[in-house]
Write a protein that binds this ligand. Structure first.
Ligand code: HEC
Length: 229
């Protein structure tokens, strides 16, 4: 379920018109999303992105370089400023993913901003997050929200805050949880009691947590200047 190497053909990634749908949308609509995008119009095929050099390796959401290559991430001025505080706007654009980002219901992408002290530690209570993903209930019965980005769409997080309790900067990051759905699923399973399979479930849960990675990180100083994370 959480293996890294996924070998699939394009037709797997489209549920048919009679297939399973949630909130009027098939559970997986990748092909239709691609067909409606500028990539299809320009003749860019699934394999062109996923199997560059025709290597038989399907690169996807677990591959940080692949994900980074599909996005344009910028940090610019916030519309408003707090005197002596920090302010900036983090923008993530789906500039190079040939369909909605992220593709499926399993990953979750977070835009995050928080205050940090001189040692780089986050200050409790200062974190603000914005989710990009298609959230469904664990039984796949209901869609909770769908904030994925179609090609060309962007999500933003504005953060403007006075410095408090030893904070020296604001840290902005974009974090990818490729297996967020499975993490929640395994956690629920353990809460209910997984019986004899418990060790396996624990191991699988650990894997889903370890697969998270950061695709962008920067610190903004009160002067408005950037400093390395
Ligand atoms: C312009 C480049 C591009 C094209 C064209 C493209 N993709 Fe993608 N695809 C990506 C990127 C980048 C990701 C990783 C981010 C994400 O999951 O959305 C991705 C992710 C995926 C994933 C998730 C894989 C995983 O690891 O879980 C699937 C499935 C997928 N694409 C299927 C397709 C199919 C099917 C087509 C053609 C109908 C297609 N893609 C066309 C760039 C592309």
């Amino acid at each position: 379920m959480v293996s890294r190497a996924r070998r699939v053909t394009c037709s797997c990634h489209q549920f048919g018109p009679d297939g399973y749908a949630l909130n009027g949308k098939p559970l997986e609509d990748t092909y239709e999303e691609w067909k409606a995008s500028r990539f299809a119009a320009a003749g860019v095929q699934c394999q062109d992105c996923h199997m560059p050099d025709r290597r038989h390796l399907w690169r996807g959401i677990h591959d940080a370089d692949m994900v980074r290559g599909g996005l344009t991430i910028t940090l610019d001025d916030a519309p408003s400023r707090v005197p002596g505080g920090v302010a900036a706007r983090l923008v993530v654009e789906n500039s190079g993913v040939g369909h909605r980002f992220p593709t499926y219901v399993t990953p979750l992408v977070l835009l995050r901003a928080e205050l940090v002290d001189a040692a780089g530690h986050a200050l409790a209570g200062t974190r603000v997050e914005r989710r990009i993903g298609r959230e469904v209930t664990l039984d796949l019965e209901r869609e909770v929200s769908d904030t994925r980005l179609a090609p060309g769409e962007r999500a933003e997080l504005v953060y403007a805050r006075a410095l408090e309790n030893g904070a020296v900067a604001a840290r902005f990051s974009v974090v990818v949880y490729p297996d967020a759905f499975y993490t929640a699923f395994f956690e629920a399973l353990l809460r209910q009691g997984a019986g004899r399979g418990e060790d396996d479930v624990r191991r699988a849960l650990g894997e889903t947590r370890r697969s998270a990675f950061t695709v962008f990180e920067a610190r903004v100083l009160p002067t408005g200047r950037l400093s390395p994370p």
